[in-house]
Write a protein that binds this ligand. Sequence first.
Ligand code: PLP
Length: 405
Amino acid sequence: MSLDVAGLRRSFPIFSRIPPPFHYLDNAATGQICAAAAEALTGFEMAGRANVKRGVYRLADRATQAFAEARGRIARYLGANRPEEVILTTGTTFGLNLAAHVLEERLGPGDTILISRLEHHSNIVPWQMLARRRGARLRALGVTADGRLDLADLDNGIDRSTRIVALTHCSNVTGAVTDLAPVAERARAVGALLVVDGAQRVPHGPLEVSGLGCDIYALSGHKMFGATGAGALWVRWELLETLPPFLGGGEMIRRVRIEDTRYAPPPHRFEAGTPPIGPAIAMGAAAEWLSGLDWQAIAAHEKSLTSRLLTGLETLPGVRICGPRDLQARFGVVAFEVEGVHAHDVCQMLDAFGVCTRGGHHCAQPLMEVFGTVATVRASLAPYNDAADVDALLEGLEQVIRTLR
Ligand code: PLP
């Protein structure tokens, strides 16, 4: 059965509030909030607000339960073995920084952290900082000409000095999906941990994180149609139990004396202070709502829109696609350049047609270097996009090209 896109759009409050033309194609930056998440957020803030894990009155107890339920819903969406494997964070960036800190003791001089040139800065800079702190080396796997992780580089990239491998599951520039299985196998063979940046993968359907072969998986709620300000870090339980705390403060302790502290068990050990309660509850609601969608139909829909977009771009003069042109192992994130026109100018002109796209380096400067540029335009699709959105982009681009080239 084909996807009821109009019905899906009705589940997103923004589409009835912003008058046409409105073609939102910046979903890789942030997805729109679904009604389930918006209602959960306002429900908590307006009629359920109390701090969690401390009050004994009924309102506080309900808030604590709602927060715990959110963790359970996110765990189910991710396919975690148990909810306690999920640390609630403020987003992918926070999660990856948390990982880089709690893994610090496992790294020493001469050890290697392996990343790739495909990474978002938030999966580069924390590892660079960790490598500097520990006197370790940072190496980066290469990228193929069409913007995929170069797995042929794997044998050179992973060796006995490798302690941590940190890779994106899906590129926020090219949409390419990383085949994690061979990486996990090679990492396991040398005793390295595999950390995955799942920010761009999670909006595209539930997953089986326990079966991916990775040890740590980071995600953001706002990219999977929740509120801004919440995220999660999944850590394989056997590893999580052994990790030291990250931030110190309230709620991550069992008992504090002036001399020393005994820490709470995971995940609370990693959740110091008041968490982003409302956004976490909204993220849980989004995860639950997403779990109920027909992902086969959505995948077919997104594939056909991606194909329409790629084909349209290829026919326009002076447009260079920076990423795969095929539909294999990719999502609908498409970056491109218009020869002789700055990406920001393209995006600004597209805005006049109601088309929202992103222009810039997309927090992936090492990848921009691979493409020999400093900035591209990026269009990124979500299930609620339709052919009219893609066509508006292509028609707008035609005008841009006619006017500015
Ligand atoms: N990783 C990837 C692949 C991303 O696309 C992004 C955001 O665009 C991030 C990490 C950072 O996510 P956040 O800003 O939600 O922490």
